[in-house]
Design a protein around this ligand. Sequence first.
Ligand SMILES: *Cc1c(COP(=O)(O)O)cnc(C)c1O
Length: 402
Amino acid sequence: MAAADAYQKISQELESDGDPCCDLGSYTAIKMLPEANKIVAENMGKNLINQHEYPQTTVIHNKLVEEIAELLHAPNYSDALGCSTSGSSEAVAIAMLAHKWLWLDRKDRKGSPNIVICSNAHLCWRKFALYFRIDVREVALTEPGLYPLQQMIDQVDNNTICVVAVLGSTYTGFCDPVAALNDALLLLNKSRGWNVGIHVDGAIGGFVLPFLPEASLPAWDFTLPLVRSINLSGHKFGLVYPGLGWLVFRNKALLSAQLSLTSSYLSGDSQSFAITFSRSASLVIAQYFNFLHYGRNGYRRVMERCLLNANYFAEKLVKTDLFELVCDLRLPVVTFRFKRSSDFSEAEFTKQLRVKGWMLPCYQMPVNIPQIVMRVVVREDMVQAKLLRLVNDMKETYQALL
Ligand SMILES: *Cc1c(COP(=O)(O)O)cnc(C)c1O
C-alpha cells in the first residue's frame, strides 16, 4: 500500500474513535501547543536510554529531575534522586522495589514485607505488590472524604516497607491528609523503635498543588520528614502527552545500589533504574518545553483556571437539582452522583450522553462505599463554554430518560 493510501485508510478507520476533547473522565493531557508539537516530532526518534549518543538530552532530563525535586521541597535537592518513567505506574513499581530492597538489606528482618494502602489507592499498587510478592494491607474507606487514619496506623508493623498516601484519589480527587499521617507515624516509630516512611502517589495532584501556595497547605511533600518518595504523572497535570511520569526519592540512600544498573551495548555506558529501556526522548523534551514556556507562574495560572472552571461546573451541576457532588474540589476533579434514585441506571444515562459525543465514566466507588459515581476531570481544555454545553446536554439527556 502506498504511504498516502495507508494514511488515508488509517484515518478513516480512526474516525469511529471518540474525540479526546470529549473524553471527560481522562486525566491525561490531550493537546499541546504547536511549538511543543514541533519539538516532539523532531525528537521522536531519539532513544532516551542512549545517554552517550544524546548527552544533551540526558543533561535536560537530569535538570528536570532536579527542578521537580526542588518543586517538591527535597531538603537537599542535589542529593535527591529521580528519573522519568512511562507514567506513574512505572514510577510506583520502581518505588515499591526500592522500598522492598531497603527492607531486604535489613539485618533484623523476618517475615514478609507489606505495604499499607487505603482502598482509594490506584489499582497499580495492588498490581505491583502482586508481581513483587509484597503483602497488601488495605484499609477500607467507608465514606469518600473520610480518611481512616487510625486504622491505617493500626496496620503498620516493622515489616511495612512504606505507607502509601494518595494525592488525590483517582476515584474522587480527595487528597489523603499526609501531614497527619506523617505525625502519627512519627509517634509510632518513636514508641516502637521502627523506621517506617511514606510514599506519596501524586499522579494527579503532584503537578497541581505545588503551584497553588494556599492549596498546598497543609504540607504533603518532602517538607514532611517521613515522606521518602513521590511519583507524579507528567502526562496528567504536567500537561504533556500520554507516556510520561516522574519518580523522586528524598535522597540517594533510599535506592539500593544494586537497583541502578549500567548497560554498555552502545558507544558508552548508560545508567538507569527505570524499568523500561527504550523510550522516545520526545516527551521528556516536551516537559522541558512546558517548564520553559509556562514557568511556575504559567503553571499556576493554568491550575487556577482549571480550579475556577471546576467550581463553575460543580455549581451549574448542583443547580440542575439532578446531581450531587462527591468531591471537595481541592483538585480540578468533579465527581458526582444522581441526587435521587431513578428508573434508569447511571450506565444508561452515560450511554445516552455518548450519543451527543460526551464520554462520561460511571463506576463503583471502592469497597464498602455502595455508590456509583460519575467524573469530569476539568483539564486545561475544559473551558466554561464547553462545560456549560455539557451541563445542558446532561440535563436534556436526563429528562429524556424520565
Ligand atoms: C493515573 C494514576 C496512576 C497510574 O498512573 P499512569 O500515569 O496512568 O501510569 C497511579 N496513581 C494515581 C493516583 C493515578 O491517578
